[in-house]
Design a protein around this ligand. Structure first.
Ligand code: ATP
Length: 911
């Protein structure tokens, strides 16, 4: 922008609110019908995509140097300095080399983990509904250009800065910009130039959330030119790669480091004073001890394990928005799921049409608009049935979906249930376009799950006005006073209709009612009061929406995994119960409805929630109450949601799950996880992955800690007994930073253990290191120390040189690590199975790599100089491997004894 211009780009942008809609359209060279695709492309080239620059990442150099900011590295750098002062140049070079290698590996791993998470975040890029070439279409929000006409609906995130052209009860929550969490009602009229951002009622700003109503606006600014684009700090937010478990381990590692340093100081004093070792030698010993005892590779490995787990979940349709959820997923004990589209296929078909005098069956399958209408099995001609025509017409007009014929078949844009109504209309020969032209829509009350209906106002060309209403049958019945019997109006027979609703619902059909009313010709807008009474009922539609096969399997899987599945739906109680029975939920005999919920106090409800699995005609506030009560009973609750009003319940749930397709942006923002295919089976898989990630994190920990434990025990024992060190500090550095890291990395790729979904959920408060794990860590530490010390002393006694004995000791440690890796892959189950021994690709690669590295370490002449190693002969090589095998056998034996013991202790099932 030229600096000579009286107004900067930002200032110009700030004046949109002073213009009228027409002026805004003119100045953005736009029209209410939207831009043409060609024009939009031109503007996209000119303005660039509607994206904010990525959050500023730390520079590569900063990210590299952060890996030196670590207590252990400081210790090592000090050791390097002191060895240099002592003239031990080789030691200095090795220490520096390892420190550098550690930073490089950390840098690369962390970079990869961050990239993976970034890629996953991009999978959630929002969509916008725009008018282009006169047609409504859904578009990636980053394709928006100034001049585009955008449609806003409750739950949307405003995709760019918009000057509003039409509003209908539009309310927008602008907390990101103004800090004000109350939603602001919007208007079309211009406001004063000096109005503050929060007072510009005719603007909708990028990044804010539509909390109610709907509207239409013209894009005035995109990308960095938007108001949010000016607040760079918001975007620079980078999520840290952590979960409570990892944070806990970080703290543990820091404390351990301090404790080890104190211990090292004590050992130093002990060695110099009581054992009369030389200070220089003792110094290297305690450096060795520090290196041995501190699990330096652990934090990086945990981070990578987490990132890999999250990536694996994304491939299976579960996108984690907040990392701690990965862990929480593993302890979920109750899953509360929506019905429509999550447990069912959301491929609706109208099966029944109940009119005042008769109930017709509707034939045909899917969205193909061919099928007949039959009465008691006899086909009838829809053209001769005016009430049928009128009811279908109403269903097609009070409707926002569109039916399209593509090469691949018929498809629906919009709500599948509304699509099914259009299909039924087409089956009766209605020309959907002509109908819409004959009775154009003047105004609308959009559907929301609070009211459970939608209404439209239409005007014929002759000027007659007509209100159409469609919604949940009990709601619609409340608003009706009369019914149409095909010839005339008559008083509403409420009982008869309720009985018919019940009959349809019992067959698992979703029931919808249609009503109408004549309105004064002058009426141009539609308010709730207009439909509050005096409506005339036309009929009921019964739609089938069968359960997803994979949801039935997933429900069974969740139940086997000790979780309860509860259905919380907006649908009718009887329909919900019928579908719940097909899904084989545990308790389907009783249903609690939203109405019941309103009557029940917390105490009663808290008692009942345990054995009721179906909640019907529930509105979003009820969901919040249910989550709270379930949590009060100690459950860890996962809850699905899609609407804007579901946000509080999603936030309150331990794991809020939003639907990727159906879900509004508001729900996604509030959720911890987004399921991209809206399928319940993906939730079950995410739980499985969550459990696996947690186990893998735990496995990495109990793999690495005993290595440190074994090494430290060997050093302390040597000092206490006045022996030479069986492994030198440099060799320990090699094992910890090269071999252990390579092997532990394989655990990040571990697949789920076969029985992962046959175990009950992990108690939320379970400590990370249970008694069992602490025992295992101690046992393995002692076994490692025994192996190292054993081979060292044995070979010393049998005439090997010190260097040779140490080389045997290092190789024994690594061999034991390799076999321990096979053991640790199954914490309790046997590892000596075909599956266990074949490992995974990652395990085999890691073992191959470590083998190659150990061969170089042992036989390469330059390694001999650096690490003081000597070639290992065949017999000793065999002994080393046998020690590894022995460790595996001992641990297998321990597992066997433990399994027997547990089996004996497990009480007989109660009868
Ligand atoms: P779930 O909560 O399991 O997704 P649901 O789709 O039935 O189930 P809501 O979307 O809250 O839940 O809908 C509640 C009821 O409102 C539905 O059972 C139906 O009777 C009615 N309804 C749903 N969509 C529309 C619509 N587009 N127009 C009119 N009525 C609707």
């Amino acid at each position: 922008m030229a600096t000579a211009s009286p107004l900067s780009a930002h200032d110009t942008a700030r004046l949109w609110h002073t213009l009228s809609p027409a002026q805004t359209l003119e100045s953005r060279a736009a029209s209410a019908a939207g831009l043409s695709a060609a024009e939009a492309q031109l503007r996209l080239d000119q303005h660039g995509p509607n994206r904010l620059p990525e959050g500023k990442r730390r520079s590569a150099l900063a990210r590299f140097f952060i890996h030196f900011h670590n207590l252990l590295i400081y210790v090592l750098l000090a050791a390097a300095l002191i060895t240099a002062l002592l003239g031990h140049w080789v030691d200095t070079a090795v220490i520096m080399g390892v420190v550098l290698l550690n930073a490089v590996i950390g840098f690369i791993q962390e970079g990869k983990a961050e990239d993976a998470l970034q890629a996953i975040r991009l999978m959630l890029s929002p969509q916008a509904m725009v008018l282009r070439d006169g047609r409504r279409q859904s578009l990636a929000a980053d394709q928006l250009v100034p001049g585009d006409i955008v449609v806003l609906q409750a739950g949307d995130k405003v995709p760019a800065d918009l000057r509003l052209l039409q509003v209908k009860n539009l309310q927008i929550q602008e907390a990101v910009l103004t800090g004000e969490s109350m939603a602001v009602p919007k208007q079309v009229a211009a406001v004063a130039a000096d109005a503050l951002l929060g007072d510009r009622r005719n603007m909708a700003y990028s990044g804010t959330l539509v909390s109610a109503g709907h509207g239409l606006g013209v894009v005035v600014a995109t990308g960095v030119d938007t108001e949010i684009g000016h607040i760079s700090t918001l975007v620079a937010r980078v999520e840290t790669l952590t979960t409570p478990l990892i944070a806990q381990m970080d703290r543990f590692a820091r404390w351990l480091t301090l404790a080890v340093l104190a211990l090292a100081a004590a050992v130093f004093v002990f060695g110099v004073t009581l054992r009369e070792f030389g200070a220089a030698e003792m110094f290297m010993t305690v450096v060795g001890l520090a290196v041995a005892a501190i699990p330096e590779g652990l934090p990086a490995i945990l981070t990578v394990t987490l990132a890999i787990g999250v990536q694996r979940m994304a491939r299976r349709h579960a996108i984690i928005r907040r990392l701690p959820a990965v862990e929480t997923l593993g302890s979920v004990s109750i899953i509360c799921s929506d019905k429509t589209g999550t447990l069912t296929r959301n491929e609706m078909t109208v099966r029944s049409l109940a009119l005042a005098a008769e109930t017709l069956e509707v034939g045909g399958t899917g969205y193909d608009p061919h099928g007949d209408f039959a009465l008691a099995g006899v086909s009838l001609d829809p053209d001769r049935h005016p009430l049928l025509q009128q009811t279908l017409r109403a269903a097609c007009l009070c409707n926002d979906a569109a039916l399209e014929h593509r090469e691949s078949g018929w498809c629906v844009h919009g709500d599948p249930m509304e699509g099914a109504l259009l299909v039924a209309g087409a089956k009766a020969g209605l020309d959907l376009t002509a109908e819409a032209q004959n009775l154009p829509r003047t105004d609308l009350i959009p559907f929301d799950s609070e009211h459970k209906y939608m209404a439209t106002l239409h005007h014929s060309h002759a000027g007659e006005a007509l209100i159409l209403l469609k919604g949940a049958p009990e709601r619609v019945l409340q608003l009706c006073t009369q019914q149409h019997n095909g010839e005339q109006l008559e008083p509403l027979n409420v009982n008869d209709w309720h009985a018919r609703i019940d009959t349809l619902a019992r067959q698992g059909q979703r029931v919808l009612a249609l009503a109408y009313k004549q309105a004064p010709t002058t009426q141009q807008t539609l308010e709730f009061a207009d439909v509050a009474d005096g409506m005339v009922l036309l009929g009921l539609f019964g739609l089938i929406d069968p359960p997803r096969d994979e949801a039935i399997a997933a429900v069974a899987q969740c139940q086997a995994a000790g979780m309860q599945v509860k259905m919380i739906t907006g649908d009718h109680a009887v329909t919900a119960a019928a579908i719940a029975a097909q899904l084989k939920l545990t308790h389907t005999d009783s249903v609690i409805t939203g109405h019941d919920l309103d009557q029940m106090d917390d105490q009663t409800l808290r008692r009942r929630v345990a054995d009721v699995d179906v909640y019907a005609r529930v509105s979003p506030e009820h969901k919040l109450r249910l989550v709270k009560l379930l949590q009060e009973r100690g459950a860890v609750v996962a809850m699905t949601g899609d609407g804007v009003n579901d946000a509080p319940a999603l936030k309150r749930a331990d794991v809020g799950i939003a639907m990727g397709h159906k879900g509004t942006e508001a729900a996604k923002e509030a959720a911890e996880m987004v399921i991209t295919d809206d399928n319940f089976a993906s939730i079950a898989r995410a739980v499985q992955e969550g459990r696996t990630v947690y186990t893998n994190l735990k496995k990495s920990i109990i793999f690495l800690l005993p290595v440190n434990g074994g090494e430290s025990l060997s050093i302390i024992a040597a000092v206490l007994l006045g022996f030479t060190l069986p492994i030198t500090p440099l060799q320990i550095l090699w094992v910890n930073m090269v071999s252990s890291v390579a092997l532990a990395m394989a655990l990040a790729f571990e697949p789920a253990e076969p029985d992962v979904m046959r175990q009950p959920p992990r108690p939320a408060r379970e400590p990370l290191l249970s008694g069992f794990l602490i025992w295992r860590i101690l046992l393995v530490s002692v076994l490692f120390a025994a192996g190292v010390f054993g081979i060292f002393s044995w070979s010393q006694l049998h005439g090997s040189t010190l260097e040779e004995s140490r080389t045997y000791a290092v190789n024994t440690l690594v061999a034991m690590e390799v076999f321990y890796l096979f053991s640790v892959r199954y914490l309790r189950a046997p590892s000596l199975t075909l599956r266990g021994l074949l490992g995974t690709r990652a395990v085999l690669i890691a073992v191959g790599l470590v083998l190659a590295l150990q061969l170089i370490f042992t036989y390469a002449p330059f390694m001999e100089r650096l690490f003081d190693t000597r070639p290992v002969d065949f017999v000793h090589g065999l002994e080393i491997i046998m020690l590894g095998v022995l460790l595996l056998f001992i641990l297998e034996l321990e597992k066997l004894v433990r399994r027997r013991h547990t089996a004996r202790r497990t009480p007989e099932p109660e009868n």
